[in-house]
Design a protein around this ligand. Sequence first.
Ligand code: CAA
Length: 240
Amino acid sequence: MTRVAIVTGGTRGIGKGICLALKGKGMTVIANYARDDTAAAAFTEETGIPAYKWNVGDHEATIEGCARVAAEVGLIDVLVNNAGITRDGTLHKMSFEDWNEVIRVNLGGCFNMAKATFPGMRERGWGRIVNIGSVNGQAGQYGQVNYAAAKSGIHGFTKALAQEGAKFGVTVNAIAPGYVDTDMVAAVPKPVLDKIIHGIPVGRLGHADEIARGVAFFCSENAIFVTGSTLSINGGQHMY
Ligand code: CAA
């Protein structure tokens, strides 16, 4: 049976790597994206994976978007909540809007997407949800109270929903990536990033496919006994 998977923020960065990994496992994959039409068109052209545009931080748009995907492609069996934004700044400089927007997209997006897809997985007795957290949700990060709070929230969200899905064949797990060579990380000022890389025992940034392999494991048929779990993929930057 071909499973239908949706990856939010799937046209670039880690999300793109996840789309390719799940496609490689034989799934029918759909990418969601919110902003960059040019990147989305290039992604579809390169991979053959359709890209659907809506902001996962918008509840109504998400419900409507997932209904469109279900009607045009198929019922969603696998959800990867990958979409995320940064609005970095120390708290004393951070605006309420920068706080709110990061919580709305990074954490609210997980709720909105799960609202749209989890009930169907539960009814059909099979589902996989993988939420992309962050090392910075586990360890905190200077200049990221908004992002760290949202990502930390994702880890709690994962464990709570895992308990609700367990007896319905729906697993809910999280990956906590470290610093990966994406546009998001490239936006970190170079001296700051150099210092961060210096603190990674493996001595380099991660690659999207290294995160994607973990996601593919959680989404596999035989990972049914793995739920509520967090897999850290961070080059040894944070261990606990
Ligand atoms: N701990 C303690 N002090 C720190 C610090 C740290 N980690 N980092 C900076 N400081 C200090 C600086 O030394 C400086 O102090 P002095 O003025 O006494 O020298 C002070 O804080 C101000 O630092 P900046 O000059 O950097 O301040 P800024 O206002 O220009 O920038 C910032 C602040 C925007 C937070 C900037 O430091 C920054 O971008 N940091 C990187 C944040 C980061 O790692 N984001 C991750 C994005 S990628 C991602 O999130 C993906 C993922 O999941 C991993």
